[in-house]
Design a protein around this ligand. Sequence first.
Ligand SMILES: Cc1cc2nc3c(=O)[nH]c(=O)nc-3n(C[C@H](O)[C@H](O)[C@H](O)COP(=O)(O)OP(=O)(O)OC[C@H]3O[C@@H](n4cnc5c(N)ncnc54)[C@H](O)[C@@H]3O)c2cc1C
Length: 495
Amino acid sequence: MQTSRRSILKGSILASLAGTMGATAMGASAAEKQAALPKKEYDLVICGLGIGGIVTAIRAAQDGLKPVILEKMSSASGNTIYSAGFMLGVNTKMQQEKKLETGDTVDKFYEDMMKVSQGRGDPKLTRLVAEKADETLNWLHDYVGVKYAVGMKLVWPMLQRAHLTIGEKKPGGTQLMLYLLAKAKELNVPIVYNAKAVELLDNPQNGKVIGVKVKSKEGFEEYFGKYGVVMATGGFSANKMMLTMMAGVPAANMPVRGSHSVTGESILLTGPYFPKVVNVDQYHCGPIHGPTGANPLNIVNTGIAVSKETKRYTDEGKTYVQMSRDTAALTRDNWGYMIVDEDTHNLPMLKNDWFSYSSHKAPVYKADTIEGLAKEAGLNPVELKKVVDEYNAALKAGKLGELTPPNTHKNPRPILKAPFYAVPFQGGMTATFGGPLINTNGQVLDTEGRPVPGLFAVGNAAGGLFYDNYVGGAQLTSASVIGRQIADYVKTLAK
Ligand SMILES: Cc1cc2nc3c(=O)[nH]c(=O)nc-3n(C[C@H](O)[C@H](O)[C@H](O)COP(=O)(O)OP(=O)(O)OC[C@H]3O[C@@H](n4cnc5c(N)ncnc54)[C@H](O)[C@@H]3O)c2cc1C
């Protein structure tokens, strides 16, 4: 606290000295140095260059405010650029232009989000996202210039709600970030790279968060935000210690599917303000071949899964999220092998997965017999033959539900036609869902439910919206909705 008071005093003394003495009196080299440094007083200091941070900044600039973005890496490095780039809307301009008969409504979107969060998502935040999604996607399209492909159905709930970011690059999150960076540049939003937020600064008189201490290549610097600070630093999916403590050992043992630079600062730095931190044991995961990054997203929903001990350990009818969770929790070292036959191998829906394995040089074992396959993959040949025979027999008899564990797949496929394949995979960490609880203005709430003055959070840095799983596309969408809310709320303070 003393430090922040000293910093403010120091800042104002320096500023008034510079004003009265003039640049010449400061000495030419000092004045040049001062001019070369970015001005460090802004309306809003935003920590983190993911979708949440940059949408907040763009909207703030549109609202006539002066934001700055501080990014700890040398480029945008969070989960946004790793994402598939799907966002969600129920009746956007883009859907209307395509004359899509979606049959979708805000209420359905809200109900789907609440269902997927097992009723544990904050109802007000969830309602806000459902209600503001269309307006936000229209704005991203019209004002920011994001291009979307519409009309496709995501796995669940099979409505035409998905908006896939497309452009000159591959469809996905990197393309989305390129649009956002171009707009930020057009609006002259300053982005300071290699600037890691390491401490929040407050006014000791009223406790309001007024700035950030930043570690940069030059040392430590301070940035001040007249209306506060936005934590947009992502979740803690790359912080093993935090994962172990809050989400458990299986989660901590998962290879990371996305960014390695999201390490939990929104929880670590806001601690002194006693935020109400929620859902920190919750996360999204999916299958991955950890050593190479190959993605078996659809393969894991075909055939049977065995551990290195050559035992089935999960119900292959579960979602890929649940199967990934089970692989991390129920196998000795978070490794499973999907066993499929030639007919399954040739399914069109698996084409991308095989391409992912070959392009990442990830191993796929292949043999003309099940015993030969086991030898290739380092599994037990006798056990694998037994497991596959039991599975085929149960499938034929309609008794897959009686296996241990049961297989409840809606469209189970036999493993009969050679050659046979074994695909090694792990449960991988996508994103954490927990963080300081926010209200619909993006203000961080304390343990008594009161907004911490001057402190905001957005995206995976904030908690409240997600629990257990998420409707595909809802994370990028909600980060954008909340980012705009923060900027529009700050605009009301600035009036
Ligand atoms: C493989 C994968 C696919 C996905 N696909 C989708 C999808 O299609 N649709 C969807 O809705 N969601 C998807 N998601 C989830 C989505 O990507 C995230 O929810 C979203 O990108 C989070 O954005 P964010 O703004 O919170 O943070 P991030 O994009 O994670 O960015 C945080 C930034 O903050 C920086 N930072 C961290 N600490 C500091 C600090 N102390 N100081 C300064 N900067 C700091 C980081 O370097 C990073 O650049 C996917 C995730 C993954 C991993």
